[in-house]
Design a protein around this ligand. Structure first.
Ligand code: NAP
Ligand code: 3JM
Length: 336
């Protein structure tokens, strides 16, 4: 167990897009790790991963994997979280879960450290990491909500394929090559070709005509901001981009807030970087956000159709702040 301020850390889904980024983030941020345990499926038997210069064999995820583990970072899908997180908690670990499995459970804190770090203290063994699209939006909007109270948010997302995992990254790559080489395109991860296309469907459709991803943004935003009165409506779109999600966000406020005031507030806000110089075409771009930590905000302008409204463009690396970095930041707060 815990040795002199060092922690035994397991990464569940260590061979995946998010798991690999978690390992890199733990390393980069010098998380105080004693023993490190990478876990994945039986498919990864015989593989190893590098952490802090040492090779670690990937072990198969089992009920008994968590003896002696202090912190378990989960990113192996919602059904694995539902099945194995309770075993980790029972063994005495604190779970930071990247899936949607526990996010809306009233007993589970849903945390973005820049927004609601106070919720961490209420945990009963599991802390949930929000959806990538929610995280970048609330990091940018919470400081504006504190100033002028948000009434309503209308968001459209432009989400990269890395949000679906390694197979989807490969599929965009393969489809693009096949098209350039006049070969037939194979579709397997998404319902349609993603190369040179935009898909207005992320996750499954629900009875109300919205997708599950859109409903995640609505419900998670209210829970993290601890304000059920905020109205949110979303359209989530998958685009042929490898890394970083972009969002067009329209916000209606209760009180006045000018674009200049919003820029001033955001330029001092934790985790945010303002890129907003239209005269020289300087605004947030997916290709610039990839591999970086901040949530980038630009194109801040008044919505001239309502009394107190703003439009903006919010971009962040979905695998980093949208998943791995946010989870590691939660773990850092936990041990602080
Ligand atoms: P990915 O690249 O497909 O990786 C999936 C990982 O899960 C791999 O390590 C895989 O191991 C492991 N896994 C799959 N089935 C397993 C099983 N039965 N037992 C043990 N391990 C298993 O996907 P990803 O993009 O990293 O995403 C993983 C999960 O993280 C998602 O399903 C989602 O719940 C969550 N996620 C959250 C966010 C967010 O917004 N916060 C963003 C992206 C993903 P093998 O290599 O052995 O198959
Ligand atoms: C992002 O196992 C699954 O169904 C995972 C699906 C998934 C999720 C999710 O619902 O946990 C893929 C990509 C997410 C997410 O962050 O909500």
């Amino acid at each position: 167990m815990r040795k002199k301020g060092l922690y035994n850390v397991a990464v569940v889904g260590a061979t995946g897009a998010v798991g690999e980024e978690m390992i890199k983030t733990l390393e980069q941020r010098k998380f105080p790790v004693a023993d490190f345990l990478p876990l994945a499926s039986s498919r990864s038997k015989g593989r190893s991963v590098k952490f802090n210069g040492e090779e670690y064999d990937v072990e198969e995820l089992k009920d008994s994997s968590f003896e002696n583990i202090d912190i378990a970072l989960f990113s192996a899908g919602a059904s694995r979280s539902l099945e194995f997180a309770p075993h980790a908690v029972k063994a005495g670990a604190v779970v930071v879960d990247n899936s949607s499995a526990f996010r809306m459970d009233p007993l589970v804190p849903l945390v973005v450290p820049e927004v609601n770090p106070q919720a961490i203290a209420r945990h009963k063994g599991i802390i949930a990491n929000p959806n990538c699209s929610t995280i970048q939006m609330v990091v940018a909007l919470k400081p504006l909500h504190d100033f002028a109270r948000i009434k309503r948010i209308v968001v459209s997302t432009y989400q990269s394929v890395s949000g679906t995992g390694k197979k989807a990254i490969e599929e965009l790559d393969t489809q693009t090559r096949d098209i350039f080489n006049m070969r037939d395109v194979e579709v397997s991860v998404y319902p349609h070709q993603i190369a040179f296309n935009c898909l207005p469907q992320i996750d499954v459709f629900l009875d109300n005509g919205y997708t599950k991803e859109e409903v995640k943004m609505v419900n998670e935003t209210k829970k993290i901001m601890e304000d059920d009165s905020i109205k949110v409506t979303a359209t989530a779109v998958r685009v042929p981009v490898f890394y970083s999600h972009s969002e067009s966000v329209n916000i209606e406020f209760e009180r006045p807030i000018s674009p200049d005031k919003a820029r001033e507030i955001l330029s001092k806000s934790a985790g945010v970087e303002v890129r907003d110089e239209p005269a020289r075409s300087f605004y947030p771009l997916a290709i610039h956000a990839a591999g970086k930590d901040p949530v980038y905000v630009g194109r801040i302008r008044a919505d001239e159709t309502i009394p107190h409204g703003l439009n903006m463009w919010i971009v962040s690396d979905n695998i980093r702040k949208g998943a791995a970095l946010n989870a590691v930041q939660i773990a850092e707060r936990l041990i602080a």
